[in-house]
Design a protein around this ligand. Sequence first.
Ligand SMILES: [Zn+2]
Length: 275
Amino acid sequence: LVKGYYPYTGILGHEFVGEVVEAQDASWIGRRVVGEINVVCHRCEQCRNGRPTHCENRTVLGIVRRDGTFAEYTQLPLTNLHRVPDSLPDELAVFTEPLAAALEIQQQIQIKPADRVLVVGAGRLGQLIAQTLALTGCDLRVVARHVRQQELVRARGLKVLSEEEIQPWRWDVVVEATGSPDGFSLARQAVRPRGTLVMKSTYQGEMSVNFSSIVVDEINIVGSRCGPFEPALRLMESRQVDPTVLISDEFKLDEALKAFERAAQPGVLKVLVEI
Ligand SMILES: [Zn+2]
């Protein structure tokens, strides 16, 4: 958002854990919660047909026409909230939204144990995607550029592949999680004919793609965004996924600009802001 891929002005922040201080239903007050970021109308064509995250009238926390969470207070409908289990510390719970986004891949496509799966990009989302795909038992490799990213992948018992080692037309499923045209190009070359390319990044501006080759190779392209919160909470509660290793630093809200600078440094994966 800061780079300007979407013209948003307002308070940023959409990954959070917080406590309910005011609610119509008083039973929510005092509860520790995470929240789904799409606020939807329940009336439009998309909502009525089971695609609420694509609501035509949606606002999105800290992204589309709705102030986000880098603030003392924020507002969401109660239907967006999920209670955080007591055994889940804030440092884990704050990852629910991106972990849910990682899990969306498995909501959309079936990953078989025999599949060769490549995750291109080992930033914040790439790491979470790798951890969740590993649970399927598939033959998984992760393309990680920075040494720190490689260490984190290996620390989870997962295998790193360098860009040079990627064999073209080999992978059944390739997940693009770099957000860069170079990353897309790598991912595109890796996927086998009739394989699936999962697009997990947004891109700044427009991107040039050779679509003829995608037609010729009969590639399935799957755009993938927000995912289910409850499985994300469950996987962290059982510690099958542990995103806390991604945390590089923590700042108070009045040092938020420092937090942004820190987050922009190479190899820094996640910076928390405490409010
Ligand atoms: Zn709607």
